[in-house]
Design a protein around this ligand. Structure first.
Ligand SMILES: [Zn+2]
Length: 339
């Protein structure tokens, strides 16, 4: 399914099989010589068929298409390799690009899991299906496929065009300014078109879905603080229409931002209510707060527990930096958080 939102701007709804999100939005912008696609959907037969048939019907320049990735999550860039032609540019922010070909992922996850009380057996299980592992495999695929296509034409380091806050892409009559919005991923980018006041928001703001904020192993940052700052940044912009990465466009972005912030503040209170002066590991804390899944914690799939841990850690990190809680490495080499 696709629709023309503005002259030369199309929203294509691409299915994500077996995922509660159901669909992801790809946007095609028609240019004079080159078209631009914003996000692609997952690397899957069903998604690929839907996306390619829509692009075909729209009459996209399949031999001359550039790709903009709002953030390096597999539902947004999975089909990038198969869409790219020789000479295509794949735009990505440098902070997300740091995850490209990360060789130390496994070892770092093991240390991180142990420090946060994540049972070893569950981590082994989670490793098979985890999103960040999937991302990493896909990134390797993209690199391989892209290298094959661009053999002798493009040195490896130029596979991705790294762009950042304030950089502008010109497509047809549209000028799209990159707005750095770290939080949901460390290098998340939105695109703002000032003449029509439209924002391609990726997963930074969505309606009906609260974008998750994670602290991943080895990251030395405060992702929730970054995310809340990025919400303020967009709150202060003049926007007529938000074109998100999932579901329909919406206009009341300020109302939506207030709701998302309220959700995170309520979450902070819930985590505080689980803590005491004796201390608990992040894994124990994650097991005691509520999640939007009806199953009990013991029945969560291991990879969901891993994501829940990353979300909990984003909150714990934020609360600790604000001086609300403390943490201490115990003699059993597990970090405990306490009031
Ligand atoms: Zn997404």
């Amino acid at each position: 399914m696709f629709e023309e939102i503005l002259p030369g701007i199309y929203r294509i709804e691409v299915p994500i099989p077996d995922n509660p999100l159901q669909t992801v939005n790809s946007y095609l912008l028609r240019g004079k010589e080159e078209d631009l696609i914003i996000d692609t959907g997952v690397d899957n037969e069903e998604s690929s068929v839907v996306l390619l048939s829509a692009l075909h019907k729209i009459g996209a320049k399949m031999d001359n298409i550039n790709i903009f990735i709002t953030h390096l999550h597999y539902d947004h860039f999975g089909l990038a390799a198969s869409l790219a032609s020789n000479g295509s540019k794949i735009y990505l922010n440098a902070r997300d690009a740091m995850f490209l070909g990360d060789a130390n992922l496994e070892e770092r996850d093991l240390i991180h899991g142990r420090l946060n009380g994540f049972p070893y057996g569950e981590l082994q299980e989670a490793n098979k299906n985890r999103d960040d592992v999937l991302n990493n495999l896909l990134i390797e695929d993209i690199k391989k496929s892209f290298e094959e296509r661009t053999e002798n034409a493009l040195p490896e380091k130029q596979l991705f065009q790294l762009i950042g806050d304030g950089d502008t892409l010109h497509v047809g009559e549209y000028s799209l300014r990159c707005v750095m919005t770290p939080g949901h991923s460390s290098g998340h980018l939105c695109l703002y078109e000032a003449n029509n006041k439209i924002l391609f928001s990726g997963d930074h703001i969505l309606e009906g879905i609260t974008p998750a904020v994670f602290l991943w192993p080895g990251e030395k940052r405060n992702p929730l603080k970054e995310y809340l700052n990025s919400l303020d940044k967009v709150f202060n912009m003049e926007i007529n229409n938000v074109l998100p990465g999932h579901r329909s466009s919406f206009q009341d972005y300020r109302g939506r931002i207030s709701q998302i912030k309220a959700h995170h503040y309520a979450r902070e209170e819930e985590i505080a209510s689980v803590l005491d002066t004796k201390g608990k590991s992040a894994y124990q804390i994650a097991s005691k707060v509520s999640w939007s899944i009806s199953e009990s914690w013991d029945r969560f799939a291991s990879e969901l527990k891993w994501m829940a841990l990353a979300e909990t850690l984003a909150h714990l990190n934020y609360m600790e930096e604000n001086g609300r809680i403390k943490s201490k490495l115990q003699s059993d080499r597990v970090i405990h958080y306490y009031l």
